[in-house]
Design a protein around this ligand. Structure first.
Ligand code: ZN
Length: 597
């Protein structure tokens, strides 16, 4: 059996060699401005060649080699290759660690070979995420990490008119660093279950880019992605995650941050946005733990920070960041907060620390010194303007509620609902009505009920509020103790849809009338009229998908039969304000394009 020249020993000192290698990666065909004389092709493709020694080299196929072999060479197959030229690797295009690269042209001799299990299918040159931080850009790396977070796939059209599907995942490794990576095409479309449960994944050919002052990665379609690859890093990271990785404070490379934002600027930023803040802790609440619907134990803590702009702002911390001792927050420490998501809440603004965000206590930075000095020299007694609204409607006085996260679509709402508290949060999002529940287990569901219209009783007299209790079929109100004047009130189960998901929401009277664009009286008139129930159902169906609606949705934690679970209801609805909604979407598109570019 012939012995082949090891790829590891290829250099410009050897010209006569035959290598036997697997094509681990093959590029698309590219054309370039014609060179040379007539008849010469101006096409090229490239491939990565991996041999038994585990050494990998990049090869380019020009001219006749390109014409002849582009249709023959297949990714994943093994070939023998000879008569190529050796040149120093061009680092701009070549990410194989080999010092040289190969160029095949008219003299190339390439033949298919039998497969050999000793030649691996992928070779990784794994770089830690911490090392990624200091790499010169642009560059491409191989990574191995735990998937700590993933988003839903997103379909959109690129500037060049291409239909793209993208999914972002967050990868972390034992350098306690995390980074967001975009997957594309078929990989992005893989089912969620592949990304669930914090699997370890190896990615080959992740190109790094700068985004909003942070770094993020993008795995090209010609790159490789492998779950449970047979490389030592996988086992190491599984052990790390099981031992303490899951509880580690991760520092993210991908926090969109344009440097420090002062609180006055936070008040006028376009939302939602992610900022880096530095502020003095003026007050904080005790930690609050609760169990999410999926049985996940969650902990949060709300703090108020202030800075030299004499503004104060509420930020919710999660997990380990919340669990720090109370004493850590006492005595007005200065905090550096990286990765704070700012959102609109109840007419004010508040912040939520991203899972990948980081906190530094008493940072030794000029900004921290400036804020400390402001506090010492009068800031502590200055009256502060609150950016975050405290209390909230009706209650008055009580503690503030910080939003848990913006939800820009139903999938995000579903996620956000898992982390709400008993106090709950209100979200605004745009959806369409997809379905109204008309039947439940073959039983026709009433879409409205008759409510008592008498003034509400209370100890000592009657109030100006309406009783509104459901009356029985004879019009008897149990609260008022007699047959009363009634009015219909809508109570619907509506399924709303958007590009990301669909969700059944209990939708009460006021919101329901707007969703159906039908008053409860009209609904009652339809059902009790000639057409009967069918007429009502037909009128309801007419509203399916007619127009985008902006919903106000409340998500809160409820206890039901001793079981705690999050409950999402639609509390208000209105037709979308197309102008402002379009501006929101344009902003989102611009952000995405910035990542693609
Ligand atoms: Zn009543």
């Amino acid at each position: 059996m012939a012995t082949f020249f090891p790829i590891s020993e290829i250099s410009s000192y050897h010209s006569k060699w035959v290598i036997r290698a697997r094509v681990t990666e093959k590029s698309a065909l590219r054309t370039f401005a014609a060179r040379g004389g007539q008849g010469s092709s101006n096409s090229v493709f490239s491939a990565s060649l991996l041999d038994e020694s585990g050494s990998e080299i990049r090869a380019s196929f020009f001219g006749m080699a390109c014409d002849k072999y582009f249709g023959i060479i297949e990714q994943g197959k093994v070939y023998t290759l000879a008569n190529g030229n050796v040149k120093i690797a061009n680092r701009q295009y070549n990410r194989c660690s080999h010092r040289y690269e190969l160029v095949f042209d008219r003299d190339a001799v390439i033949e298919a070979s039998t497969d050999d299990a000793k030649i691996k299918t992928v070779s990784y040159e794994i770089v830690s995420l911490k090392a990624v931080q200091s790499r010169a850009l642009p560059c491409s790396v191989d990574l191995c990490g735990v998937i700590v977070n993933f988003r839903q796939p997103l379909a959109f059209t690129s500037k060049a008119g291409r239909e793209l599907v993208k999914r972002e995942i967050t990868l972390a490794d034992d350098t306690k660093t995390s980074m967001s990576i975009a997957l594309w095409g078929e990989r992005a479309k893989m089912e969620d279950k592949h990304f669930e449960g914090n699997p370890v994944v190896c990615l080959k050919g992740v190109s790094l880019n700068e985004f909003q002052g942070g770094r993020s990665g993008s795995l090209s379609e010609s790159g490789a992605m492998q779950f449970q690859a047979e490389v030592p890093e996988v086992k190491k990271l599984q052990q790390w995650w099981a031992a303490d990785g899951a509880n580690a404070d991760l520092t993210s490379l991908s926090l969109g941050s344009d440097g420090l934002t002062d609180l006055k600027t936070v008040q006028t930023k376009d939302l939602p946005c992610t900022v880096e803040l530095c502020g003095i802790v003026t007050s904080f609440k005790d930690i609050f733990s609760f169990t999410s619907k999926e049985g996940r134990e969650l902990v949060k803590r709300e703090i108020i920070i202030a800075d030299h702009t004499a503004m104060s702002f509420s930020v919710t911390l999660w997990g380990n960041k919340a669990k720090k001792e109370n004493s850590a927050f006492e005595g007005n420490p200065v905090l550096g907060l990286k990765g704070v998501r700012v959102q609109e809440w109840n007419g004010g603004r508040s912040g939520s620390m991203l899972e990948v965000g980081s906190i530094v206590f008493q940072p030794a930075t000029p900004d921290a010194q400036k804020i400390q000095q402001w506090w010492t020299e009068g800031g502590s007694t200055q009256s502060l303007t609150a950016i975050s609204v405290e209390g909230g409607g009706g209650g008055g006085g009580g503690g503030f509620r910080a939003a848990t996260g913006t939800a820009s679509n139903l999938a995000e709402l579903r996620d956000a609902a898992e982390t709400v508290t008993a106090q709950g949060d209100v979200f605004t999002l745009v959806t369409r009505l997809a379905l109204v529940q008309m039947k439940k287990r073959d039983e026709v569901q009433p879409l409205y009920y008759l409510a008592c219209q008498e003034p509400r009783n209370f100890a000592g007299g009657t109030s100006t509020l309406t009783c509104n209790k459901r009356v029985d079929s004879s019009g008897y109100c149990a609260a008022c103790g007699r047959v009363v004047k009634t009015a219909p009130r809508l109570n619907l189960r509506c399924r709303f849809s958007d590009y990301s998901d669909g969700l059944w929401l209990t939708t009460f009277h006021e919101a329901a009338q707007k969703v159906l664009q039908t008053s409860a009286d009209e609904a009652q008139a339809l059902e009790t009229g000639e057409g009967g129930r069918d007429a009502l159902e037909a009128a309801v169906r007419k509203q399916y998908f007619t127009q985008p609606m902006q919903l106000s949705v409340r998500a809160k934690l409820d206890t039901y039969n001793g079981e705690t679970r999050s409950n999402i209801t639609c509390i208000d609805a209105r037709p979308v304000q197309r102008g402002s909604h379009a501006r929101e979407m344009l902003k989102g598109i611009r952000e995405m394009l910035a990542v693609v570019a």
